[in-house]
Design a protein around this ligand. Structure first.
Ligand code: SAM
Ligand code: SF4
Length: 477
């Protein structure tokens, strides 16, 4: 078995790619947009509501808008855009940690090599099957597998763990989409992982600010900013066209990171004609043995504002929010355009199959704030009129770039996303929900059905719901 792990051999083919994050450009734009007028901000909000793409300059004007009434308008506009474009669906997933061996020393992470307090483990195939069984028994259909950076976790290892996850079927449970969050590979490595049938490959740049990047990545392969920033380009070349980008907020000024994220999106659109599927923007959480620079801690106020800005700036890219955030922040930003959240999360190694409520910071990467079970989250989403979705139809029917289609193909959400969300919700209600959630869930489904104007389509949907009640599974449009 060959080990695909030789970044030093990788040469960037096109030198201009190396510089798509232009520090001077970001600083100049942030300077030039200080103190925007009310009129400027309102014009940009309108531009976004008219479904026109915002430029980096437009985004910076929103970033620099500090007047509370303007911030409230930005948030209201994000709410409107979310309702108009995405409807009420929220996609649910769970993270699953495969191994916490790591050769890097990222100052912010509990898994860093020099943290000797961390208990190191890699799931065996049997461990993995047990974890997946527990996740299926809770109702999950979509997972993201997470790995430290280590020669052991090469492309073949990752591909094998993906295949193991897909092979586990328990009762009516199965995992229908496996996403990956792991260190960047070379092109051949990405090809191997792609062939295992992954959904999204996610790599966070952590900070787009090169100087800070070097400060917080003290040693190991991850210290190479250029290797990391070009990682997802290599993934594309290796055949993975479903990508997730992200910045870890709290390492440097969030304003700079938002500009970096938007530039990264623009880069994909310019080079590959398709943007990333998702953006993540985790805030640093407390972790075993970490160092943090208090200057860059992102307040709740700034955090909720930046989510709304991202929604307005890149309306067709999925926004992911994780259980790092407490329930009240999650509930607020769900309204501004977050489209995916995790539920019933446990990031402790072997955490899902062990029924242990207590978090142990020495066995996990960082502390999570939202410890609600998947069912508690499902019930709350339903109470708030959201339709929780486990849909994986687009990916399985090769309808890639689904967020793009959601945005650009008229009626896409009505024809596909909304009914598929309803069907996967019904599966959950039949197989996993306690009676109270089941009653509420079906009430929501009834309400949604009433709103369908296309009688022919509504009948089709009702027929499929009846089949689900009779035991049929995995139905989608
Ligand atoms: N080891 C791989 C890497 O670094 O890309 C992938 C997995 S890493 C475990 C996943 C992500 O967790 C990192 O990209 C980082 O953004 C995030 N992370 C690390 N430490 C964190 C902390 N203390 N709080 C919140 N997120 C953190
Ligand atoms: Fe290792 Fe990733 Fe943690 Fe860095 S963030 S120490 S690479 S697991």
């Amino acid at each position: 078995m060959s080990i695909i792990y030789h970044p030093q051999e990788y040469k960037i083919k096109d030198e201009s790619m190396k510089n798509f994050i232009d520090h001077d450009e970001i600083i100049e734009i942030l300077e030039a947009t200080r103190n925007p007028t009310q009129e400027q901000v309102k014009t940009i909000i309108q531009k976004s509501l008219n479904k026109q793409r915002l430029s980096l300059f437009d985004t910076a004007l929103l970033v620099n808008a500090n007047d509370p009434t303007l911030v409230a308008e930005i948030k209201d506009a994000a709410k409107t855009l979310k309702q108009n474009i995405y409807g009420k669906r929220i996609v649910l997933f769970a993270p699953l940690y495969i191994g916490n061996l790591c050769i890097n020393n990222c100052t912010y992470c509990g898994f860093k090599a020099e943290n000797t307090a961390q208990k190191r483990t890699t799931l065996t195939s049997d461990d993995l099957k047990q974890e997946v069984t527990a996740l299926e028994d809770a109702g999950h259909k979509r997972l993201i597998l997470v790995y430290g950076e280590h020669p052991k976790y090469n492309a073949h290892f990752i591909a094998e763990s993906v295949q193991t996850v897909y092979s586990v079927k328990h009762k009516n449970g199965e995992i229908r989409r496996v996403n990956i969050n792991a260190a960047p590979l070379d092109i051949d490595g990405f090809r191997i992982v792609q062939e295992a049938g992954i959904g999204t490959y996610q790599i966070f740049q952590e900070t787009y600010h090169r100087e800070t990047y070097l400060k917080v990545h003290k040693s190991g392969l991850k210290r190479d900013y250029d290797w990391r920033i070009t990682g997802l380009d290599r993934a594309m070349e290796g055949g993975i066209d479903d990508l997730g980008i992200g910045a870890l907020l709290g390492l440097y000024d969030w304003r700079y990171e938002i500009m970096g994220l938007i530039r990264h999106v623009n880069h994909f659109e310019a080079v590959f004609n398709v943007g990333p599927h998702t953006i993540s923007f985790p805030r640093i959480q407390d972790a075993s043995g970490i160092e943090m620079d208090p200057r860059w801690i992102v307040s709740d106020e700034d955090f909720t504002k930046l989510v709304a800005i991202l929604r307005l700036a890149v309306p067709y890219t999925g926004l992911i929010l994780t259980a790092r955030e407490p329930a009240h922040i999650r509930d607020e930003v769900l309204q501004y355009g977050v489209s995916q959240i995790d539920g019933g999360t446990n990031i402790e190694m072997r955490g899902y199959s062990k029924d242990d409520e207590q978090q142990n910071i020495d066995k996990e990467q960082f502390e999570i704030k939202d410890k609600r079970s998947l069912n508690e989250i499902m019930e709350e989403l339903v109470d708030n009129g959201f339709i929780p979705s486990f849909c994986t139809a687009c990916y399985r029917l090769n309808r890639t770039g689904e967020h793009f289609m959601e945005f650009s193909v008229p009626g896409f959400i009505k024809r596909f996303c909304q009914p598929n969300a309803i069907l996967t919700l019904a599966e959950y209600l039949e197989d996993y929900a306690p009676q109270k959630t089941k009653t509420k869930g079906y009430q929501l489904i009834e309400k949604e059905l009433e709103a369908y104007e296309d009688i022919h389509f509504k009948e089709k949907l009702i027929k499929r719901l009846e089949k689900i009640k009779k035991g049929k599974r995995d139905l989608y449009f």
